[in-house]
Every structure is written in structure tokens, then in C-alpha cells.
Design a protein around this ligand. Structure first.
Ligand code: GDP
Ligand code: MG
Length: 598
């Protein structure tokens, strides 16, 4: 039970630097996947990942590599996401590895998530193999990138391998470097089992399937295991590895990564970060596990059809097995009925979760505008957390409100520093530091409210820097702010699901922008719909959706039945995503309109 031929590593990088493409080439070169079965971004198995071209979930596969020394090595490779919302997913993967391949795009150089991923890997004490990718492109500048790796990341770049995920050049050298530079796992085959649950998903037939890394001991079918924190006990239904299709094995040995079929049907019974051990002969101490992921953004999720409420709860519980960062609590809205206030790691995470709930669980959902977690201090000395504008106490009871602030870091070429600083000011940000990394890149530090970042900050940053700036951030502290609740009235009635907490200085501009946007989004009805923005009893902005002039069918001059039917169907299709609020049909986009206000 020698582990000297095992290498466990994650592939980490800034988004789009080529992690998934390099993983593909590794699968190909090690003949893990037949050439005829080869597709691009093979490890991005979810539909959303394929459509968006991004990795959302880490995916662990086993490949066997015949090295130049004549020996065969077992690689357990974990492809990880690069977007800042999924940093938590990356740190989970790193905890299962001895090494990390740090990919840097040779046409872009070191970017914000390169820095954050490199420091995650260093803090986890991993052996790091830098890989400089996309050297097939004419604009590649690998030597400068090597310098950046040494200077910005303090990682020796002598060992950096130049590769092309596209052509496959250098991938062989990369595999050799992995053999030489990454340590084999330590651990004792005969010791009591210690296995870390790094991921899991719910399968209707097999129950919860957990991805684990075995640190001590070994697991086979029939073993009587115990979840050390959760306390659940079960008999193993089977073990195996992904190659990348699931293959059942006799055993997962010490140092290996693979999956365990638990047979447990209660989605709550398996917790990511928990330690598996033998029920009869347990290990003394569990593995450190993971720190809890802290939600940053909250939105209301409501089923379009209120009868789906229990199904939505069930879906959240099942999705939670696969996405432990999800949190939720029931929420009631006058306009939208019963739903949940759900916590997310960021806006992309929110979009992804909503889409997964709709697709994987066949639900139609309305999401309301995102909010952060405000700390409201009442005049009676009490503090309440407010994650939904509806929960804001009456103004007369509020002493002051605190909102979460971030430390944000932006890396961009020097010519864009002015534009970036301007953007930060517009979002109530303050520049705290500016570091010249190299001649071609500057790192700017800001303090800014999280609430500003979740609006349109990221899109604006991309457009004002022509895509050259990258952003990373983390929560820093709560600070007092002058915040007010902006209400929206349709036909004179306040719609609770459209309210929003804003900074006092921005209330007027936002109210005006929002009224204009809603006017575009809300379709014409049989009658005129006035839209008003209000703070307390004071109306501060207004617009009007004019009444529909004629019936849609009037255009069809009576005769053409099939055309009539088509039009009606189209109208129905449009209706599906509408929610009748009072007598007004309001489409889903209206609740997110705040994100679209320029
Ligand atoms: P990830 O976000 O790090 O997983 O990046 P992907 O593997 O999805 O790659 C992002 C984009 O870069 C895709 O369009 C790839 O086809 C492209 N790409 C990746 N590696 C290379 C390379 O070596 N050369 C070129 N020219 N394009 C590449
Ligand atoms: Mg990817």
C-alpha cells in the first residue's frame, strides 16, 4: 500500500486562463478518454457550465500516467472554478491535494484571482507547479509572465512550464513536472479511517454520493462507517472513481480520491467538510474540515405558482447536498406569496442556483432584487439583521444602520487607473493603496460597500477597462451608512417585492432610473399603469405605462386561424413568467430591474 505513485492536485487559475482546456489535454494524453469521445471542457458536466463556458463545480477525475521513468502514476486531478464567487469551492478542493497547478494565461499575465488562488494554495502548504498557458498565441509574452509570477506571487518560476491547452504543446512536460514537483500523499493504510468529504450530490436512486479524500485507512463496499460530526452511521453501498465516467472499484486506498455511495436518503445527513471513519474502530480526531462559507447576497426566491412552495423547499434541501454554501429561510411577500430568502456567495452564484433549481427540479421561479445583510440598530438598543427591504423596521424605531464593507483589489494596466478610481468613487469606494506590480500592471486597493459591488460594478469595470481589469474582494467590516428604503408603487399600490434599500445620496437617481426601467419592462395593459418611487410618504420619481391601444388579435384581420393561434401561444409564453400583482401583469425582469439601471 505504497502511495509513492499517487499525485493529488488541483488546477487553479483566474477565469478563462485555460484550466478546463488543460484538463482536457491531460485526459487525452493519458488516454483516459478515447479520441472519439473527446469534447472540449469535458469536466464541465453541467448544462449551465457548457452553455456559459465556465466551470462552476470542481470535478475530480483519476488518470493513469505512464511517465518517462517507466513507472505508472495515479493522478487525481481536480479542475476548479475561477470566478470569485466560487473561491470557496477552490479552497475545498485544495484541502484534498498535495499540489496545485497554477495556470497563468501568457497573453494576460497575473490577474486578481491568480493572486487569490496562489495564496490559497500557499496557505494550504501545497507544492505549486506554475503553468504558463496559451503560448500558441502571437500575443503571448511568457518571459514577462514568469517575472510577474516571481514578483507578484513570490513563487519561483524556474520550474514554470510553458504550455498550450489548445495545441497540446508542453503538456507532456507539465505531467513530468507534476510527478517530480508534487509530493506523494502521506498516511497509513492500516490506521483507523480518516476521509474528508469534499463534495457530494443527491441521487434519487443511490441516495447521497460523496466525493472523498482518504487520509488514513481504506474504504470498501460493506464497510460500516460513521460521519464524525453529523453522527450518521451507514454501510457503504460501493466505492469508485471518475475517469471521467464513474467506475466502481474494490477499494479506495490511503491517499486516494474517489466517491462513496452512502445509500443515505436524507439529504441533510451528509455534510461537506465532515470526516468519515470506521464506526467500530474510529479515529481519535476528525480532520479540520472547512470554514463555513458566508453568504454575501440575499434574494427572495418565489415559485411563480404558489402550489410549488413545498417543492421549492425540497429542491433547496437536495441542491444543498451539492452546494453546501446555500442558506435559506422562509419569506412572505404580499405581492409574491410564499417563498424563501436565499443567501448566495455572489450574483453569479445566485444566477447559477436559480437556473439549477429551475432545470434540475423543474420549477418556475421569480427572484427579487439582491440585498446585503444590513445591521439595523433600533432606538431601544436592539440590533436586527435585515436581509430583505420588507424587514426594515419603521424609520421612527431606527437609530442607525450599518452595512457590510469590502476590501477590493483590482489589477489593471496603468493607463486605466484613472477610469477605475473614478468608477470606485461613483460606487462610494475609497482608494486605500496603489502598488505598481510591473510596468504593465497596477494593483489598486479599495474600501467599498458590498451593496455597490453587487449592482453593476463588475460589468462597468469590464467595459471601462476594455476587459483588462480583474477584481477580487473579501468582506472587511460593518460601517454606519445613511440608508433609506425606496418603495415602488404600481397604480398607487406599494409592491413590497420591488422595494430596495439605497444610500440616501443615490435615492433620487436610482428612483428615477428604476421608474424609467420599469416602464420599459412592464408590458402595456388594458389600462394606464402609473409607476411611482417613494421614500416614506414622499413620491420622488414617476413614470407611466400607457394603456394598450388594440387587442393583439386585431392585427390579424380575422381570417388566419393559425396565425391567431401562434400569437395567442406567444402571448401565453410571455405570460408564463409574469406575476399578476393587483391587476397588473409584472414580468420576472421587473424584480431585477435595479441591476439594469444605468
Ligand atoms: P478556464 O476558465 O480556466 O477553465 O478556461 P477554459 O479552459 O474554459 O478556456 C478559456 C478559453 O481559452 C476557451 O475559449 C479556450 O478555448 C481558450 N484556451 C484555453 N487554452 C488555450 C490555449 O492554450 N491557446 C489558445 N489559443 N486558447 C486557449
Ligand atoms: Mg474551467
Amino acid at each position: 500500500h505504497d502511495t509513492s505513485h499517487i499525485r493529488n492536485f488541483s488546477i487553479v487559475a483566474h477565469i478563462d486562463h485555460g484550466k478546463s482546456t488543460i484538463s482536457d489535454r491531460i485526459l487525452e494524453l493519458t488516454r483516459t478518454v478515447d479520441e472519439r469521445d473527446m469534447e472540449s471542457q469535458l469536466l464541465d458536466t453541467m448544462d449551465i457550465e457548457r452553455e456559459r463556458g465556465i466551470t462552476i463545480k470542481s470535478n475530480a477525475v483519476r488518470v493513469m500516467y505512464d511517465a518517462d521513468d517507466g513507472q505508472t502514476y495515479q493522478f487525481n486531478l481536480i479542475d476548479t472554478p475561477g470566478h470569485v464567487d466560487f473561491t470557496y469551492e477552490v479552497s475545498r478542493s485544495l484541502a484534498a491535494c498535495e499540489g496545485a497547478v497554477l495556470v497563468v494565461d501568457s497573453t494576460q499575465g497575473v490577474e486578481a484571482q491568480t493572486v487569490s488562488n496562489a495564496s490559497l494554495a500557499m496557505n494550504a502548504n501545497l507544492d505549486i507547479v506554475p503553468a504558463i498557458n496559451k503560448i500558441d498565441l502571437p500575443s503571448a509574452h511568457p518571459d514577462e509572465v514568469k517575472e510577474e509570477i516571481e514578483e507578484d506571487l513570490a513563487i519561483p518560476a524556474d520550474d514554470a512550464v510553458c504550455v498550450s491547452g489548445k495545441t497540446g504543446e508542453g503538456i507532456h512536460d507539465l505531467l513530468e513536472s507534476i510527478v517530480f514537483l508534487i509530493s506523494p500523499p502521506a498516511g497509513n493504510y492500516d490506521a483507523p479511517l480518516k476521509a474528508l468529504i469534499l463534495d457530494s450530490y443527491f441521487d434519487e436512486y443511490r441516495g447521497v454520493v460523496a466525493t472523498v479524500r482518504v487520509f488514513d485507512g481504506h474504504i470498501s463496499k460493506g464497510d460500516d462507517l460513521l460521519m464524525m460530526q453529523g453522527g450518521e452511521r451507514f454501510l457503504v453501498d460501493g466505492v469508485g472513481v471518475k475517469r471521467p465516467a464513474e467506475v466502481l472499484m474494490d477499494e479506495l486506498g490511503v491517499g486516494e480520491v474517489g466517491f462513496v455511495v452512502t445509500g443515505l436518503k436524507d439529504p441533510e445527513s451528509v455534510r461537506v467538510g465532515d470526516t468519515l471513519t470506521y464506526a467500530e474502530n474510529p479515529t481519535d480526531e476528525p480532520l479540520p474540515g472547512y470554514r463555513e462559507a458566508k453568504p454575501m447576497v440575499y434574494t427572495g426566491l418565489f415559485p411563480v405558482d404558489n402550489k410549488e412552495y413545498e417543492n421549492l423547499r425540497d429542491a433547496l434541501e437536495k441542491l444543498h447536498v451539492n452546494d453546501p454554501s446555500l442558506t435559506w429561510s422562509p419569506e412572505t411577500s404580499v405581492a409574491l406569496g410564499f417563498g424563501f430568502r436565499v443567501g448566495f456567495l455572489g450574483l453569479l452564484h445566485m444566477e447559477v442556483v436559480k437556473e439549477r433549481l429551475e432545470r434540475e427540479f423543474n420549477l418556475d421561479l421569480i427572484a427579487t432584487s439582491p440585498s446585503v445583510d444590513y445591521h439595523v440598530f433600533k432606538t431601544n438598543g436592539e440590533m436586527v439583521g435585515v436581509r430583505s427591504p420588507q424587514d426594515l423596521p419603521d424609520v421612527t424605531c431606527i437609530d442607525h444602520i450599518e452595512e457590510p464593507y469590502l476590501k477590493a483589489k483590482i489589477i489593471c494596466p496603468p493607463e486605466y487607473t484613472g477610469a477605475v478610481m473614478q468608477l470606485a468613487i461613483e460606487h462610494r469606494g475609497v482608494t486605500t493603496d496603489m502598488i505598481h506590480l510591473t510596468q504593465k500592471s497596477v494593483e489598486l486597493h479599495f474600501d467599498m460597500p458590498l451593496a455597490e459591488l453587487i449592482l453593476d460594478f463588475f460589468d462597468q469595470l469590464k467595459s471601462r477597462t476594455k476587459g483588462y481589469a480583474s477584481l477580487d474582494y473579501e468582506f472587511s467590516e460593518y460601517r454606519t451608512s445613511e440608508l433609506v428604503k425606496l418603495d415602488i408603487l404600481l397604480s398607487g399600490d406599494e409592491v413590497d417585492a420591488l422595494s430596495f434599500i439605497v444610500h440616501k445620496d443615490k435615492a433620487y437617481t436610482l428612483a428615477r432610473g428604476l421608474c424609467d426601467k420599469l416602464k420599459e419592462i412592464i408590458p402595456r395593459q388594458q389600462f394606464e399603469v402609473p409607476i411611482q418611487g417613494a421614500i416614506g410618504n414622499k413620491i420622488i420619481a414617476r413614470s407611466t405605462v400607457k394603456a394598450m391601444r388594440k387587442d393583439v388579435l386585431a392585427k390579424c384581420y380575422g381570417g388566419d386561424i393559425s396565425r391567431k393561434r401562434k400569437l395567442l401561444e406567444k402571448q401565453k409564453e410571455g405570460k408564463k413568467r409574469m406575476k399578476a400583482i393587483g391587476s397588473v401583469d409584472v414580468p420576472q425582469e421587473a424584480f431585477m430591474a435595479i441591476l439594469k439601471v444605468d
